[in-house]
Design a binder for this molecule. Sequence first.
Ligand code: FO1
Length: 445
Amino acid sequence: MKIHEARIHRLNDADMSAGPILYWMSREQRVQDNWGLLHARELAGEDRPLIVLFCLVPGFLGATLRQDDFMLNGLAEVENDLAALGIAFLLRLGDPEEEVIRCVLEKGVGAVVTDFDPLRIKQGWQKEVASTLRVPLIEVDGHNVVPARSVSDKQEYAARTLRPKIHRLSSEFLEDFPRLEPLVCSASPADPVDWHSLRSSLRMDETVSPVALVPGESAAHAALSAFVDHGLHGYAERRNDPVAEATSRLSAFFHFGHLAPQRAALAVAGSGKGEGQAVYLEEVIVRRELSDNFCLYNIRYDSLHGAPNWALKTLDEHRSDPRPFLYSHEEFEAARTHSPLWNAAQTQLLRSGFMHGYMRMFWAKKILEWSPDPESAHATVVTLNDRYQLDGRDPNGYVGALWSVAGLHDRPWQTRPIYGSVRYMNSNGCRRKFDTKAYISRWLN
Ligand code: FO1
């Protein structure tokens, strides 16, 4: 079955040669609903082996035991599911630029397929590999319903400018996935990964403990069906209520690729549950694709200077406004501020690796208000988000940080101290939305 051409993007112009097809798995760590793996399977056809390679980079962008544990457990499930289809799974420790080339030479690989990922680190790996390889390196967008490279060729200003482009194309791209077929021509079975010795060899930062959420493709599908069955109706009202915990909590499964956002969109679109559907589809398609669009076209996506000029100007004009409260990075990290509500949010983050979307905005905006300057505020938001969120180091997180601190994809509001015309939020706003007392006692006692 041919996958949609627009999902495929050649990263070099080498010709395919004989030998196995290699799928270099990175962002989409799942077996089914994976356009990159489906394309690699299509290239393998009936007469070539197909090998899947994951390059494990210890301490990737500051990842701790929390994220690594979640990811490794998910990869163990990938190894099992691939074996059942006669597809070898290799895991190599170290620099992907070297490991991919080594694997290609070792196995006599004829072509390599890998995942689209707008993050600078991934683009760098792929560029390096594409220029060294003598065989094709083919990028497939397995993360977006409408491929990021097709939906727009520039940084979009806001959801309202991207939404019509997505709506126009979604009927063409919101298609169901074919099942991944077992391999006909299996490679010699690879030795199973020795997960135990791998873990002991990794210098994982154990100061951030694993979380209760069960990782992996099957747990992700269970979470999706639970959300569609119970979380969708009333989603429109309750999605901003952190006590109701009404959100889909699928973000960690999307981040590690255990679940395709397209699968979630298909399940929700097909659920027939009217009111929550439209709101959720806006988030899982438009908002998520807006984040990939921003990171793809703005290399300063993880810096304050990736923010729109109007916001940088207004924050600069208010740089020397008095700060009634000031906290250091360590005080924020330890949830030691004067605000019980803010401390409850930070405690939820420290303990559960998750913070509800609405609280994330309040939490980040207060860091802007209580930091010495916008640059250090933004750095604190990104550092804490990436260290403690299970879904940190993700385009969604970088966009969320800049939306909260510096008005990205938002508009100017009435001016006030410190914020300038960046949107203000406070605990009264939270109190209007949900039972803040219940939330505080849930996390502070
Ligand atoms: N991707 C990889 O290809 N190799 C890794 O070792 C790796 C580790 C990792 C740890 C934490 C984390 O949050 C993400 C990690 N990723 C890794 C990237 C992840 O797979 C996603 O592709 C991106 O972070 C999302 O753009």
